[in-house]
Design a binder for this molecule. Structure first.
Ligand SMILES: [Zn+2]
Length: 339
């Protein structure tokens, strides 16, 4: 790194299946893209428990810092994007789902302090994704950014002037758990059957909505049968499977994809009315579902957005899988600058 360059941070993205790490060099201006190097990952192996996971993350940090030192890199701090609900002040995981048994209660800052004196900052992984896109991706230069991630689940983040809006309990931005009539009768990851958007609009939700409609065709539901001509298709195994059938023109898949995206768009319109963002960034695996999905999403959004909110740009994220690492680096950078 040359003299005037911005600092390099060691970043982690702790998820349910893997822990990704890399060195993130932030650019001198927000118009440039951060550079991520030294990418590596270890499997989360959640069943081994929270203590074991924490120990392996710290061991990975030690290896990464050693390799940085060997290459003459100076690391200015450590940023962590963590699954669950972390407390950024104390470094404690205050809540986590059954996907990560024993993760709740882990004291992450204390564990890092045993191996390094570097400043460490931890935020939630969905928030990190939003902060990354807001700071250096599709939302850069904008004051208020609403970020929506549509993948295995649905999450979101509200970023105001480069700062995550966390809410009173660190729960702000849980975009998957807003009401939608389409979700009624589908079990949401939060435990309700009352009708949240996540269980019918996430990747998993697309699969479940399709297979439910298909079942209704098989049992001769007149309403469903009326929409579809011809033979009953096979079950789908994933949201991606569903999207590729829609791309191939299968009528049931096209109808389900459009209904799901429209309902999600209506929810995002409602969130837009509440937050009044400068831009809405949508990312995650489902945004690759194609024009049927995007057209229906925009139609649903325009239907529920207020007149002043309707023109708000609804754009695809730009940072891809690096967004949480970049957001984690942005969080520790802000922390270091403020000290
Ligand atoms: Zn829910």
């Amino acid at each position: 790194m040359s003299g005037g360059a911005r600092p390099t941070y060691l970043a982690f993205d702790i998820g349910g299946t893997k822990v990704a790490s890399g060195f993130v060099t932030l650019p001198a201006s927000a118009g440039e893209t951060p550079v991520v190097t030294g990418r590596c990952a270890i499997p989360t192996e959640a069943a081994r428990g929270g203590d074991d996971l924490k120990g392996r993350i710290v061991a990975l940090a030690v290896r990464q810092l050693e390799s940085a030192a060997a290459e003459g890199m100076t690391i200015a701090g450590i940023g962590i994007a963590a699954a669950g609900v972390p407390d950024s002040e104390t470094g404690v995981i205050v809540s986590a789902t059954d996907i990560l048994p024993g993760w709740k209660g882990q004291r992450i800052y204390d564990a890092f302090a045993e191996v390094t004196d570097l400043p460490v900052r931890m935020i939630g992984d969905v928030g990190a994704h939003g902060l990354g896109e807001a700071s250096y991706g599709a939302g850069r230069g904008k004051g208020v950014v609403l970020s929506i991630g549509v993948g295995t689940g649905i999450g979101g983040a509200i970023v105001v002037d480069g700062e995550l809006f966390a809410g009173a309990h660190g729960v702000a931005g849980h975009a998957g758990h807003v009401p939608s009539a389409l979700g009624r009768g589908f079990l949401c990851s939060c435990g309700t059957y009352e009708g949240h958007i996540e269980p019918v609009a996430s990747g998993t939700g697309l699969k479940d909505l399709y297979n439910r409609r298909r079942e209704e065709m098989c049992t001769g539901s007149a309403a469903a049968a009326a929409e579809i001509d011809g033979d009953v298709p096979e079950l789908v195994q994933s949201g991606a499977d569903m999207a590729s059938r829609a791309a191939a023109g299968e009528p049931l898949a096209c109808a389900v994809l459009a209904d799901s995206a429209r309902a999600l768009g209506e929810c995002i319109g409602g969130m837009g009315n509440l937050v009044d963002p400068d831009v809405i960034v949508v990312s995650g695996s489902v945004v690759k579902a194609g024009p049927i999905w995007w057209d229906a999403l925009r139609a649903g959004f325009e239907e529920s957005a207020l007149a002043l909110v309707k023109p708000t740009p609804l754009v695809e994220g730009e940072l891809g899988g690096d967004a949480p690492l970049i957001g984690a680096a942005a969080a520790v950078d802000r922390y270091v600058q403020s000290r």
